[in-house]
Design a protein around this ligand. Structure first.
Ligand SMILES: Cc1cc2nc3c(=O)[nH]c(=O)nc-3n(C[C@H](O)[C@H](O)[C@H](O)COP(=O)(O)O)c2cc1C
Ligand code: SF4
Length: 428
């Protein structure tokens, strides 16, 4: 896996081989190892995992079985949202057929159906759900504090035999239980790399970003969709091939890759879709969930939609994140409704500085990254609202996708009624 250069398709692009090696490190003292396939797909603008799980559930299950074998795991889990009924059907069938054909190996694989919350996809929130809890992120990553571990959460080190410190504690469960969490698309690459070889895999993509990847293209394009692209393909071609491009009289103003990377402005759509090049262009590849905004889009309203989404979805375990995302959303709303002043912009800047303080997970950082990038890229649009020359404000829906069939996106409109305590207000 290391030689293939495969990187995680869940968003962060972490080298898969290195992750596998870190889970394998250590001896019996680390406890049991586990593997979890992340099929939660909660990133706005992304639908590729659901498409993959319907079109080739076998490859996902096979990749998970191989990873479980390679980790010498005590158990493996395939986690998807309860609402992904079609995917649950295809995955269950694939698991049954592969198991009946005796092709899954020794490690038991279970399907876990989780809640709709964004944090279900965050890897430590995911582990909580596998354990039957709510998706509230943990303090430590899965390789340090894995599934079903009973080693103290506040211990200083993992991979150290905690038994010595536990009076009479000779039980088998005192290790950190290192747990491998990989995105379902990452795992679907595994069988192909193993059967066709590293050279074949590396014949696709670029030297630094080898292989192919699934991209979702939604927003102001002609035909939103999901498609497989060779890494290194210019973004403009991906928008054309996967999303049908823009109508003739429109041009790209901005592209967001999910809500975790800085905005890419329209002048940079020639950037190759590869980890390094997207980073060098000031943005990031993420999970290749491209949300396209044309030249008519209100980027202040977009900032509000992203900030509100993150505020609502923040779990509140870290005050700076919950209150910070809430405050930024409120200041943006003041600006959009014509009540804003320069002071509100200053306050947004100040909150963005602290929204990441003492955070357990990356959500607060997403707020900082995306909103700061929009302020920097489109200052004129913020000024126009302050000066009263823009508006009236029309709220922009966050592209949290419920379904994507034949070029038609069905958005989760219910999210507009979701409250910061994860209940829903009355309404249509
Ligand atoms: C707020 C948040 C939400 C996330 N949602 C998802 C998700 O829906 N699916 C996913 O695969 N990874 C998601 N991730 C990334 C996971 O935490 C994790 O990095 C990933 O599953 C690792 O797999 P990979 O190495 O194969 O990319 C999310 C991360 C954060 C911070
Ligand atoms: S950073 Fe935000 S979303 Fe993440 S655990 Fe803390 S409060 Fe929850």
């Amino acid at each position: 896996m290391s030689a293939s250069g495969l990187r995680g398709r869940g968003g962060a692009g972490f080298p898969t081989g290195r992750k596998w090696a870190s889970i394998r490190a250590g001896g019996a003292e680390v406890g049991d190892r586990y593997v979890v396939a992340n099929g939660a797909e909660g990133e706005p603008g992304s639908f590729k995992d659901r498409e993959l799980m319907v079109r080739n559930a076998y490859q996902v299950v096979e990749g998970l079985a191989v990873a479980a074998f390679a980790m010498d795991a005590a158990g493996a889990y395939l986690a998807v949202k309860e609402s992904f009924t079609l995917q649950i059907e295809t995955l269950s069938r694939a698991m049954r057929e592969l198991s009946d054909a005796d092709l899954l190996g020794e490690v038991p694989i279970s399907l876990v159906a989780g809640p709709d919350e964004y944090l279900f996809g965050e890897e430590t929130g995911l582990l909580e759900v596998v354990e039957g809890e709510d998706p509230l992120p943990r303090l430590f990553p899965p390789y340090l504090y894995g599934l079903f571990t009973t080693s103290p959460q506040f211990g200083w080190s993992a991979g150290v035999d905690a038994r010595a410190d536990v009076p009479g504690g000779e039980g088998p469960d005192v290790g950190s239980n290192p747990t491998l969490v990989n995105n379902v698309e990452t795992l679907a690459n595994v069988p192909l790399i193993l059967t066709r070889g590293v050279e074949w895999y590396r014949s696709f993509g670029t030297e630094r970003s080898p292989g192919v990847a699934l991209a979702t293209v939604v927003g102001d394009v002609v035909r939103p969709g999901v498609g497989e692209v060779e890494l290194g393909t210019p973004l403009v071609e991906v928008l054309e091939e996967v999303g049908g491009g823009l109508p003739d009289d429109r041009s790209v103003q901005a592209v967001l890759s999910g809500v975790a990377n800085p905005v890419l402005t329209g002048d940079l759509i020639g950037t190759p879709v590869a980890y390094e090049e997207m980073r060098e262009a000031g943005s990031g590849l993420g999970a290749l969930g491209f949300i396209v905004y044309d030249d008519t889009a209100d980027m202040v309203a977009v900032a509000h939609a992203v900030s509100r989404f993150l505020w609502i979805e923040s779990c509140g375990q870290c005050p700076a994140c919950k209150f910070g995302t809430g405050e930024v959303t409120a200041y943006l709303e003041r600006i959009l409704t014509g009540k804003g002043t320069e002071h509100d912009v200053e306050l947004i800047g100040a909150r963005l500085d602290t929204v990441t303080d003492a955070n357990r997970c990356f959500l607060g950082r997403e707020e900082q990254i995306v909103i700061r990038s929009l302020l920097r890229a489109f200052p004129g649009q913020f000024v126009a609202y302050l000066e009263g020359t823009a508006g009236p404000w029309e709220p922009v829906p966050i592209p949290k996708i419920d379904d994507l069939v034949a070029g038609e996106v069905l958005l989760d409109r219910r999210h507009a009624r979701k409250q910061p305590d994860w209940t829903f207000a009355e309404g249509p």
